[in-house]
Design a protein around this ligand. Structure first.
Ligand code: PRP
Ligand code: URA
Length: 207
């Protein structure tokens, strides 16, 4: 899985453990997801180009390096991807957002697309946000939808993944780089990640 990068920062490992803790309340759960998303983003964008921009500072005008934020389109998969977007837009307030609602059928584990509000992506870097990669069905589907919009590059930021799902997405989309905070042991027979954290959407929104 050459295109899957596990980000082994102690801060993100620490926050993943807090997410697993069933005593973590929804408000804190969303905050920790949002913080981990920022850590993943720092890693994913560490080699991105900067351009010079003239701005006004206290001693006059001068040129300084900036990231072309509007080139990046962040696409959370509803519901559980939403807190990731909140964290990221705090450090990239000029970035663009698009939305995909994908829900997996808990009986068949098939993913169903309910809502696609992703703009055309020509010349853009699309960054998909979803905390969980279990069977990989939802992420695989999201990448297919995003590819139809013709982005220049696709990155996926995820928090916990099962090897089975990551392998599937990695094989189907070798051109997409996946940054993940934690690769867990396996899936159980209901398609849940073990040890995982349970249902991320339910935990985040107290369902
Ligand atoms: C969760 C999670 C992923 C998906 C992962 O969403 O946020 O999108 O399951 O499972 P998969 O890899 O087997 O597809 P879910 O479908 O439960 O929707 P929700 O965020 O509304 O709870
Ligand atoms: N979705 C989740 O939120 N958690 C899992 O373990 C699997 C799918």
């Amino acid at each position: 899985m050459k295109n899957v990068i596990e980000v082994n920062h102690p801060l993100s490992k620490n926050l993943v453990t807090r997410l697993r803790d069933i005593n973590t309340k929804p408000y804190n759960f969303r905050e920790f997801i949002s913080e981990i998303a920022r850590i993943l983003l720092f890693e994913a964008l560490k080699n991105e180009p900067l351009v010079e921009k003239e701005i006004d500072i206290w001693i006059g005008k001068d040129k300084f390096p900036v990231l072309q934020e509007e080139k990046y389109v962040f696409i959370p998969i509803l519901r559980a991807g939403l807190p990731m977007l909140d964290g990221i837009l705090k450090v990239m307030p000029e970035a663009v957002s698009g939305f995909l609602a994908i829900k997996r059928n808990e009986e068949t584990l098939e993913s169903v697309l309910y809502y696609d509000r992703v703009p055309q992506l020509d010349g853009k870097t699309a960054i998909i946000l979803d905390p969980m990669v279990a069977t990989g069905g939802s992420l695989d589907y999201a990448i297919k939808v995003v590819k139809e919009k013709n982005p220049e590059k696709i990155i996926s930021l995820n928090i916990i993944g099962a090897p089975e799902g990551l392998r599937r997405v990695s094989q189907n989309h070798p051109d997409v780089t996946i940054y993940i905070a934690q690769i867990d042991e396996k899936l159980n027979d209901k398609g849940y990640i073990i040890p995982g954290l349970g249902d991320a959407g339910d935990r985040a929104y107290n369902t």
